[in-house]
Design a protein around this ligand. Sequence first.
Ligand SMILES: NC(=O)c1ccc[n+]([C@@H]2O[C@H](COP(=O)([O-])OP(=O)(O)OC[C@H]3O[C@@H](n4cnc5c(N)ncnc54)[C@H](OP(=O)(O)O)[C@@H]3O)[C@@H](O)[C@H]2O)c1
Length: 275
Amino acid sequence: MSLVGKCALITGSSRGIGRGIALKLAEQGAKIAVHYYQNEAAAKATLAKIRERGSDGFVVQGDVCHHEEVGRIFQQVESEFGKLDIFVHNARTEAPTFYQPAMEITLDKWDTAVDSQAKAFLVGVREAARLMPDHGRVIAITYAPGGKFGSWQPWVAMGAAKAGLEVLCRYFAVALASRGITVNALSPGWIEDSVLNSLPEAVQNSVRNWHQGGWTPMGRLGTPADVGNAVALLCSEDASWITGQLIDVDGGASLMDAHLPLDIQQSTPTRAEAA
Ligand SMILES: NC(=O)c1ccc[n+]([C@@H]2O[C@H](COP(=O)([O-])OP(=O)(O)OC[C@H]3O[C@@H](n4cnc5c(N)ncnc54)[C@H](OP(=O)(O)O)[C@@H]3O)[C@@H](O)[C@H]2O)c1
């Protein structure tokens, strides 16, 4: 699979999952616009790693909560690359900007979540489509459990914002289908080397133990490279008939049933026992 000759913009690729996506696409030959918000040094470090992999690109700053800044990011992509083959919407604001329970959340925090996801994507895809040749790729990084469940109370705004993002993927998939442009959402499970590592040690350990203990059937957390691999698959020509889909990239975590104790779900016989 080669992405030589392709140009990609990945929002929030200074670190975390975005960086994993940037490095994977660069390994396959794509040039990368490395987008960041405040952490220019991290963005430059990502660009250096892209160059180590034999590709190239540039860094671009912008706050995705403001639609004029989203427009400016795409103007810079146009002047540097002249086109855009792959747009990955990945940036997410820091938790304190939106993290508050449903009965208390301020309208500012609600707006930050929605503006950074659904509105940024609405504006971003329309800008991307302007620069995209036929058969381009649009991929939104979501967290689908936040839009399905109601138990993680302070996630209400981001859950709703990500659900909006997922709905937009379906509408844009239809709108851009005649040009062969696919639009899909990927939903990672919990990922190492990401926002997780900024949480208190006790929270990190609790999340790891939960998933290693069986709530992720593959027995580990994901990595930014796991998500990068999934994005690269969607960018391949062979994925040209997949559009408008929400795909879990989570080692099977989304298959677990919260209605049943884990020991009952795990009572699947091993191959040896079944024989
Ligand atoms: N981590 C997980 O386990 C997990 C699971 C499922 C889904 N996801 C999704 O995956 C994506 C990446 O998550 P992550 O954990 O890798 O994120 P992260 O490590 O917290 O990195 C966030 C990225 O977004 C940028 N950013 C922050 N505020 C911004 C703003 N206002 N405007 C533009 N860019 C901004 C940051 O830039 P600076 O470096 O300049 O601050 C950084 O590049 C998110 O959409 C998240 O919802 C994450």
